[in-house]
Ligand binder design. Structure first.
Ligand SMILES: Cc1cc2nc3c(=O)[nH]c(=O)nc-3n(C[C@H](O)[C@H](O)[C@H](O)COP(=O)(O)OP(=O)(O)OC[C@H]3O[C@@H](n4cnc5c(N)ncnc54)[C@H](O)[C@@H]3O)c2cc1C
Length: 294
């Protein structure tokens, strides 16, 4: 199903995000995770595109497997990093020929060793240019883009970042998927702002269950998402106890998602980091039905 059809008519769409593993064991474990998550009937599973294009083919191969073996629509993430316009177009033809109809169109981050993102000669500078390229060459492709309720780390302020997001939508994005966040108020302010600007594409909150405090601290330090002080204190109090961290993370995510759903979000995009346990516990806690576990 294409992204714009997923949320048509106000329908709710659950989506989950995975990444292409680097080892055969990782592949087996991801297959197991998908087998456990697909019964919750996500509208699609998205697969990330490795930094610097390192998983360019693997992303498409995994998307094909998700569609063929798991009978679930897939969305391939795609970045501008390290590719010329021609190479990006070539990859898009490849993805289309492999049956992909949804792309998460991203700029990507600077490759390791580079202080800031620099477009290569003949390449694209921003995700909005990638959205235009996709729309021009593949008008039927579903396109998702990234949004940052707490601001992209490189943007000078929320206003500038917001204008850049609007550009991606005007160039043809069908939906916005947010960076992970833990403070729903920042999401609601972001949504209000989009409404005031008459940007009506679905805004889908990105939720990452906390399963390990140290790991989430590393991730939030990179992406700029804040962890509320009371949640930090609770996690700090159990910093030697991973099981307790997991339980707090799941309980927090259930409450966070419940509030988002009550406030009418069009869907939830779960960053599950290729593991199913927290995702299953959260979806069960929210009352999503999973026929195979009944
Ligand atoms: C849902 C989601 C999925 C992701 N998946 C991946 C993935 O698979 N692989 C990966 O490597 N990374 C992924 N990322 C991370 C993403 O690549 C980084 O956050 C990256 O730094 C920015 O990408 P973007 O598409 O938001 O870029 P852009 O929208 O291009 O924004 C990047 C920065 O440039 C500014 N900007 C944008 N347009 C303009 C303009 N026209 N003029 C001036 N400034 C501008 C913005 O304000 C922002 O500060 C994902 C992020 C999210 C939220």
């Amino acid at each position: 199903m294409r992204i714009k059809d997923v949320y048509a008519g106000g329908r709710f769409g659950l989506s989950i995000e995975v990444f292409p593993p680097k080892t055969a064991e990782g592949d087996d474990s991801l297959r197991q995770t998908l087998a456990e998550m697909v019964p919750f009937r996500p509208a699609f599973v998205s697969c990330t595109y490795g930094a610097g294009g390192s998983t360019s083919k693997r992303t498409v191969e995994w998307c094909r497997e998700i569609q063929e073996k798991f009978k679930t629509s897939a969305t391939a993430h795609f970045t501008c990093v390290g590719s010329t316009r021609e190479q990006l177009t070539e990859w898009l033809h490849y993805a289309w020929a492999e049956g992909l109809r949804n792309i998460m169109a991203l700029r990507g981050d600077a490759p390791a060793g580079q202080a800031s993102f620099q477009a290569i000669e003949g390449g694209l500078r921003y995700a909005n240019e990638l959205v235009s390229l996709i729309r021009e060459s593949f008008p039927e492709m579903g396109i998702g883009v990234a949004g940052y309720p707490e601001k992209h780390p490189e943007a000078p302020n929320l206003d500038v970042d917001f204008e850049n997001l609007v550009r991606k939508v005007r160039n043809g994005a069908d939906a916005i998927f947010t960076q992970l966040f833990f403070d729903n108020d920042s999401f609601f302010r972001f949504r209000d702002r989009l409404n005031r600007a008459h940007i009506n594409v679905p805004l889908i909150p990105g939720i990452m269950p906390i399963t390990e405090f140290a790991r989430i601290q590393r991730i939030t330090a990179m992406c700029g998402a804040g962890i509320p002080a009371d949640l930090t204190s609770r996690l700090e109090a159990v910093k030697e106890d991973k099981q307790a961290q997991h339980e707090i993370g799941v309980e927090f995510a259930i409450a966070q998602c419940r509030e988002l759903i009550d406030q009418g979000v069009n869907g939830i995009h779960f960053y599950i980091l290729n593991k199913s346990q927290a995702g299953r516990e959260i979806l069960n806690g929210l009352g999503f039905s999973c026929p195979s576990s009944q």
